[in-house]
Ligand binder design. Structure first.
Ligand code: HEC
Length: 489
């Protein structure tokens, strides 16, 4: 409640209505202010902090040109005029005309200046925390409700993208550069042969890998990669294939899906795969930099797709009867989906995607819906320019939560096992940018609490539960697979 009052005090009238609305809906269930985790809650800015979004835009508009987009002008600074929210407020209000900084008292309201100083202060505090790393103690990480020892089980990888656990205990690891590797007890057994032609460039290459839920009886392995296709030969796009494994070679290969049209851009490909256990697979294809074209249903860009497990189109997909629409579309208006998982608890499909500068999203995916990119977004362009002034529009879905700054969520899984009792039912997401893991506690369809874990191990590309209920994380720079071992306090 104190938080709500503080927020209300610092908001102008227009924001106030928004805040009151959010407060009524979710602030109470979202209290995360026990002393121990205040730092975390402050820097994972979520939808409740609409004043912070406005502040990030003010910063981009009025300050970034001199103090740099990422505030790095301030970092490591010996502050001349003091480093507290009040000091920063004073600097903004009066400026330093002798040095070339204008005052903003005529441009911004007092509340806007207060919010802007709060935004700057918290972003800089976040930067400091990252540098310090997390409280690492005696070889394990102390987290809010579980101590974790990261055990490096595989070393020497480059960019491990997908992980799959074979029934005999071996692990298949997809390296983005186009290699599928088989490991036994952390040692390389062999490289799998018979892969299709893969165009590994930029963010593309060999991506996710997933065993069919009945793999033990049917042997199907599904994987995603960047391929070329005959229908639009210029460039490449995301493809989905399934195959069986015989003598460490892919056989009986079936190309299930090729995203069209192809493009020569080398970013935003998707592509995580998930099964619903009812005969369907889902996967996301990124927008490839096409922006507005994502709203057009005649292409596969920026969409979540649903197929039957044999690659055919389910008759009850939302756009099968829409003339011209790609029939595999399940939802659209996505930027770059890098996490996709069906909750084993209630069957809900969750997706995480990369926003531009700010505005990474956690979405709850429902058939036929439009998630708004780029007509609505909480992010701005990398150069500080506004992409869209709108964060909401009729007919477009709001994220369950979003993050500013962007942490580049990658990979996502539900913790299902009792080995991590206090985390059971939580979502874990890797962060490429902040090199850590984010734990998200849900309450039904809402986010209740978030915690950042395991700082500074490396860029976390994927996180999976193994069949024996252990959490594995694929890390790059340095490329490795780590297993999270719970340690008694
Ligand atoms: C035209 C360039 C310019 C713009 C625009 C500008 N500043 Fe500054 N700012 C400066 C300069 C120059 C200083 C003084 C640096 C010094 O004395 O070392 C300064 C100082 C500051 C300080 C004090 C730093 C300290 O060491 O105590 C803060 C805080 C600050 N600016 C915030 C902002 C914010 C917030 C905005 C946007 C609302 C902004 N500035 C816009 C140039 C600018």
């Amino acid at each position: 409640m104190k938080d709500i009052l503080r927020t209300l005090n610092t908001c102008n009238m227009k924001n106030m209505m928004v805040i009151i609305l959010f407060a009524a809906i979710s602030f109470c269930s979202n209290s995360q202010s026990s002393a121990g985790n205040k730092a975390n809650s402050a820097w994972l800015v979520s939808r409740n902090d609409s004043a912070m979004i406005i502040s990030s835009r003010h910063y981009a508009n009025f300050c970034a040109s001199c103090h740099w987009d990422d505030l790095s002008w301030f970092s490591g600074r010996k502050w001349k005029f003091g480093f507290s929210e009040q000091d920063i407020y004073k600097s903004i209000e009066v400026g330093y005309s002798d040095f070339g900084m204008p005052g903003y008292a005529d441009t911004l309201t007092a509340d806007e200046m207060k919010n802007l100083s709060k935004y700057i202060y918290h972003k800089l505090e976040l930067g400091k925390m990252e540098k310090e790393g997390l409280r690492q103690k005696e070889g394990f990480y102390v987290t809010e409700n579980l101590n974790i020892r990261p055990d490096t089980v595989i070393k020497g990888l480059n960019v491990p993208w997908g992980m799959a656990f074979l029934p005999d205990g071996d692990m298949l690891v997809n390296e983005r550069e186009g290699k599928m590797l088989r490991f036994r007890n952390g040692t390389l057994v062999t490289e799998i042969k018979g892969l299709p032609e893969i165009h590994a460039d930029g963010q593309g290459g060999l991506m996710d890998i997933r065993l069919h839920p009945d793999y033990a009886s049917n042997g199907w392995i599904y994987f995603a990669y960047t391929g070329r296709n005959a229908r639009t030969p210029e460039g490449w796009n995301t493809s989905i294939m399934r195959a069986r494994l015989k003598d460490n070679t892919l056989v009986e290969k079936q190309l299930l899906f090729e995203a069209i049209p192809s493009l020569t851009s080398n970013y935003h490909f998707g592509c995580k795969i998930t099964f619903d256990g009812k005969g369907h697979l889902f996967f996301g294809v990124g927008e490839r930099g096409t922006m507005m074209k994502v709203m057009d249903l005649t292409n596969d860009w920026g969409k979540i797709h649903r197929l039957n497990e044999d690659g055919s189109i389910p008759k009850d997909n939302p756009y099968v009867n829409t003339p011209g629409a790609r029939p595999s579309i399940w939802s659209y208006g996505h930027r770059n989906p890098q996490g996709l998982v069906i909750s084993p608890f209630d069957g809900i499909l969750w997706e995480s995607e990369h926003g531009p500068k700010g505005g990474d999203e956690l979405n709850l995916i429902e058939p036929g819906k439009n998630y708004g990119w780029p007509e609505i977004t909480f992010g701005i362009n990398y150069n500080g320019k506004i992409i869209s002034p709108d964060t909401a529009k009729a007919g477009m879905e709001q994220p369950v939560t979003y993050w500013i700054p962007s942490f580049a969520p990658c990979g996502m899984t539900f913790v299902t096992s009792d080995k991590y009792k206090n985390w059971k039912g939580n979502i874990l997401m890797g962060s490429l940018r902040f090199r850590n893991l984010v734990r998200v506690e849900l309450s039904g369809r809402k986010v209740k609490h978030q915690e950042v874990l395991l700082n500074n191990i490396g860029r976390m590309r994927n996180v999976e539960m193994s069949p024996d209920g252990s959490i594995y994380v694929a890390v790059e720079s340095p490329g490795m697979i780590i297993k999270l071992i719970p340690v008694n306090k």
